[in-house]
Structure formats: C-alpha cells, structure tokens
Unconditional design. Structure first.
Length: 256
C-alpha cells in the first residue's frame, strides 16, 4: 500500500499552487506549513529556466515538488524530473493505454521509458542500478483525470504500475462531460467519488485541487492523500483586496 494514502489518523497533506515562476512567491508560499507545492508549467508563466531555479529552492525548504507539466510528452515529463522535481502531474491523459505510455516517461526501463540524464537528479554523479531503483520508487507520477474517456477507464488507469496516483481536473472534466462550467454539483462530486473509490480499491494516492470548503470536506471524507488549498494568484488578490479595504475603512472612519 502506498505510504501516501491518508487514514483517519493522517489527514490529507496540504499543498500550495504556484504559477508565476517568482522566487519570492515560492519562498512565501512554502512558509506556512504546506507539505508540497504544485508548479503549473502547463498554464502558468514559468519556463524550463524558471523550473531549474524554483525546484531546488522549494526542495531546500522541505517541500515536496510536483510539476504539472506542459503536455503529455516525453520532454515535458522528463525535464522537471531532471531538474530535481519529486514528481509530475500529467495533463490530458485520454485513457489507460495513453496513461501507460505517457506516465511511463517518469519511470526507467523496464517499468517505463524515461531517458537517463546525468544532471541534478543524479547528483551529478555516477549512474548505478541502485539509483535507478530508488528513483523509480520515489518519483511520483500522477495522471490527470480531466477527460471523459479517462474517467471511463479510471479503474484501468490506477491499476498501472507507472501510475502512482491521480489528480482530478474538475473544471475540464465537467465541460468534457457535457455539464458546462464546474459548479460543485452532485454530478461533479459523483465523478470525484468514482475517482476516489478507484484509488482506494487500487491503494493509489489522489490529490484534489480543493479551493472551496466543500471540496476540502470531500477530500478528507474520501481519503485524498493531499489537497491543494492555496493558489498564488488568489492569495495575492485577496491580500491586496484586504489591505486596500482595511485602509479605506480606516480613512473613512478618520474622516467622519
């Protein structure tokens, strides 16, 4: 059984979401008790050069670093791992056979098809069979479930050895399932429940982007191993709004 699975005594680990590539944001975002950080390289403003800097900074601060990669391609999956990421989240997984291929880029042969690179992940040292085995054991590969066909094959996806867990994409999943915008509806939670049940049956981890209290309650109740609860841009917006509103209230009170 995965050591990432949650139990009643071990609630989901909490994570932050970073997208700008800002070193300052990385330092601040990892200062409030989170266990892991997701870096959004698919939709965020961070490039490979940024990942190469931010990943070691976050790891030096005790954070597990997961990168949501640009695309389900070999290069997109391998480069964050070469830079030292602890794992990858692979978007746009279409089904079980697709997951077998693209998640295999995170594991070395014979388990998968990751290519070797004598860089940071290797400690700039010599390659050994022990290092390969250790990398395959510690590197986490999460398949994103955001497509209707992936949900249809969720049980087959989580059964794959190259898949360590899944990361639902609730908004894309709602649209691709014909419901329009994600609204935390009964149907939305039914999809998440199917994912949670499949992961529990396969003893696989799952992480939920849980911005809302209802999502956080669901994650706890259904055994999520982790939940992302703080978004860099949302935190920045709320911080500015709060400070401006406090100053406005103070100024108006002083002017009376």
């Amino acid at each position: 059984m995965s050591d990432r699975l949650t139990t009643a005594a071990t609630p989901p680990r909490l994570g932050a979401w970073l997208a700008s590539g800002s070193i300052t944001a990385a330092e601040i975002g990892s200062s409030y008790g989170t266990a892991f950080v997701v870096i959004d390289a698919e939709h965020g403003a961070i490039d490979d050069a940024g990942l190469n800097v931010v990943i070691p900074i976050l790891r030096s601060r005790g954070q597990e670093v997961l990168v949501k990669v640009k695309a389900p391609t070999r290069e997109s999956v391998q480069r964050p791992l070469d830079f030292g990421a602890d794992g990858v989240i692979i978007p746009h997984v279409l089904g079980a056979e697709h997951a077998r291929e693209v998640c295999g880029y995170a594991k070395f042969p014979p388990a998968g098809d990751r290519s070797l690179a004598a860089e940071r992940a290797l400690g700039y040292g010599a390659l050994t069979p022990e290092w390969i085995a250790e990398q395959d054991a510690r590197t986490r590969c999460y398949a994103m479930i955001e497509d209707a066909t992936a949900l249809d094959e969720i049980e087959e996806i989580v059964a794959l050895d190259v898949v360590d867990g899944v990361f639902p994409g609730p908004s894309d999943l709602a649209i691709r399932r014909g419901r329009g915008c994600y609204s935390r509806s009964a149907e939305d939670f039914a999809d998440l429940r199917r994912i949670a049940d499949a992961c529990a049956a396969a003893s696989k981890d799952w992480i939920l982007p849980a911005w809302h209290p209802l999502e956080q309650e669901f994650a706890v109740a259904h055994g999520a191993g982790g939940m992302v609860v703080a978004n860099e841009y949302t935190a920045l917006g709320r911080g500015f709004a709060s400070l401006v509103e406090e100053a406005r209230t103070r100024a108006e009170a002083a002017g009376r």
